[in-house]
Design a protein. Structure first.
Ligand code: DAH
Length: 357
């Protein structure tokens, strides 16, 4: 028994890893191990022999088991030490620069103008970008033969022969949302509708897809004076200047009567545009008193309600405010451009917190 003890304690001490230790355990105290075999021999012994050999075998088994447990713990500690030595991390290294996303200037300008008009009681309305030609033209007092249809360089959706659904177009302006909003909400009504519009046109200041914001205010007692005030407030807030001078120029749109285009006083010094001062004028929007036919097309009584509407290019005013010279770059998805002209996603524009920082 002393031999057995010496043999297994040595083997346990020499076991280099947990697998080797397990082999020793099976050979010594496993079910078919040497100690178990010895225990089976107890049955053949005389009672006196058994009284000596039984406790001695049990003691041997206990001793081997506790040596195994101690060795197992030691091997575990050694393995952990080894892992800690190899898997280390230098927490003092600088962090990797984060590729932070940013807000596109069009999104930024949209957030800004929404904050401004919200303060004046306008809520945001939306409509589909693919619309029927009735919403895009007819309801806005632009009948089939009207030259405005041709002027708008409309994209028509393809229709298979025999398909008699109403013709659909990519909306050429946000004005159809006027009609949809009147149908949905009735009067009185005060909404803006920002969104994408489409025209077949492409140069430094035109892209086939661009953005407009439509405004519409209907009530029993609205006049051009309200339009003028709202637009002046908007322009001052948006361009973050104390005073501006707007020029209302008589114009023509089928959906308004009277109609006016609005220019803003500005100066161009060495290609640098300044808003609110100088001898130049820059056109920024179309507007007018909503034509009675348009109000009727929206399902509202034009004898009771009247109001103003306007339509403004969002990309255009973003270019002006942020000094971006070429509209086409807006839609190139060039990451370098976006990082340069983009805005932090976390700076939500508010009138009290500041629009653009
Ligand atoms: N829909 C016009 C366009 O895209 C812009 C416009 C002009 C909208 C006058 C209006 C308006 O609501 O009253 O050119």
């Amino acid at each position: 028994m002393d031999d057995l003890k010496a043999k297994y304690l040595t083997q346990i001490a020499e076991a280099g890893d947990e697998n080797a230790l397990e082999a020793v355990r099976l050979a010594a105290v496993g079910k078919k191990g040497e100690v178990a075999l010895k225990m089976r021999e107890l049955g053949k012994m005389s009672a006196e022999e058994r009284q000596v050999a039984g406790p001695a075998l049990n003691a041997l088994k206990d001793e081997i088991n506790s040596a195994l447990a101690a060795k197992k713990a030691a091997l575990g500690d050694a393995a952990l030490d080894e892992r800690l030595r190899t898997e280390w991390l230098d927490v003092t290294l600088p962090t990797r620069p984060r590729r932070q996303g940013s807000l596109h200037p069009v999104s930024q300008a949209t957030e800004e103008l929404t904050a401004i008009f919200a303060e004046m009681g306008f809520s945001v309305a939306e409509g589909p970008r693919i619309d029927t030609d009735w919403y895009n033209f007819d309801a806005l007092n632009i009948p089939g033969h009207h030259p405005a249809r041709a002027e708008m360089d409309t994209f028509y959706m393809h229709r298979a022969e025999g398909d008699d659904r109403p013709p659909h177009v990519l909306r050429t302006h946000t004005s159809p949302v006027q009609i949809r909003s009147m149908e949905k909400m009735g009067a009185p009504l005060r909404i803006i509708c920002p969104g994408g519009v489409y025209r077949a046109d492409y140069d430094q200041t035109h892209t086939p897809m661009f953005h407009q914001v439509e405004g519409l205010a209907l009530d029993e007692n609205i006049s051009m004076a309200n339009l003028k005030w709202v637009l002046e407030e908007f322009v001052k807030s948006f361009f973050e200047v104390d005073s501006v001078e707007l020029r209302f120029r008589a114009s023509h749109f089928p959906f308004t009567e009277p109609s006016a285009e609005v220019d803003i006083r500005c100066s161009w010094d060495n290609g640098q545009l300044k808003i609110g001062e100088g001898d130049d004028w820059m056109e920024i929007l179309g507007s007018g008193m909503v034509h009675p036919k348009v109000i009727a097309a929206g399902g509202i009584d034009p004898d009771k309600y009247q109001g103003f509407a306007f339509g403004m290019g969002i990309d255009r005013i973003a270019m002006l405010k942020y000094g971006i010279p070429d509209l086409r770059a807006f839609f190139d998805s060039d990451l370098r451009w976006l990082r340069h002209y983009g805005f932090s996603c976390l700076d939500v524009p508010t009138l009290h917190g500041g629009l653009s920082r």
